[in-house]
Design a protein around this ligand. Structure first.
Ligand SMILES: [Zn+2]
Length: 137
């Protein structure tokens, strides 16, 4: 078995697992249960590792590449007829998500130490074409 991807959230790990299994590629997720038991140690323990048999390595990497290039997202958008999210300023359609700097760090620390306290701190997306920063929650 070879590790072909690492994830810091269960949602994406299971999404990619499903994509690979749909192509008949056997998949093993390692470390996913740390998220439920001890989230604080997940990064120290190597995140969630997605592993495939060595014989399926090339095929799995093609699926991963298509996923990262947005091919599945594009197909879903077309299939469902969803209007594509674009930048208000330039019409660009690729973004990167960013946290809110020190506020995000403080919010995350407070959530760790006051576990039941649910805080919402701002997150932003930055347009890859023009750098326009928009709050997204
Ligand atoms: Zn833009």
């Amino acid at each position: 078995m070879r590790t072909i991807a690492r994830f810091d959230n269960q949602f994406e790990a299971h999404l990619v697992k499903g994509l690979l299994e749909n192509e008949q590629i056997p998949v093993l997720l390692v470390g996913q249960h740390f998220f439920e038991a001890q989230y604080r140690y997940v990064f120290a323990l190597g995140e969630i590792r997605l592993r495939v048999p060595a014989d399926y390595l090339a095929e799995a990497q093609q699926v991963l590449k298509a996923y990262h290039q947005g091919e599945y997202e594009e197909a879903l958008i077309q299939e469902l007829g969803i209007e594509k999210h674009t930048c208000n300023l330039c019409g660009g359609n690729t973004f990167k998500r960013v946290g809110s700097g020190i506020l995000g760090v403080l919010g995350a620390l407070l959530q760790v130490y006051f576990f039941s306290l649910v805080l919402s701190y701002p997150k932003y997306e930055v347009c890859n074409s023009c750098g326009n920063k928009t709050r997204i929650n």
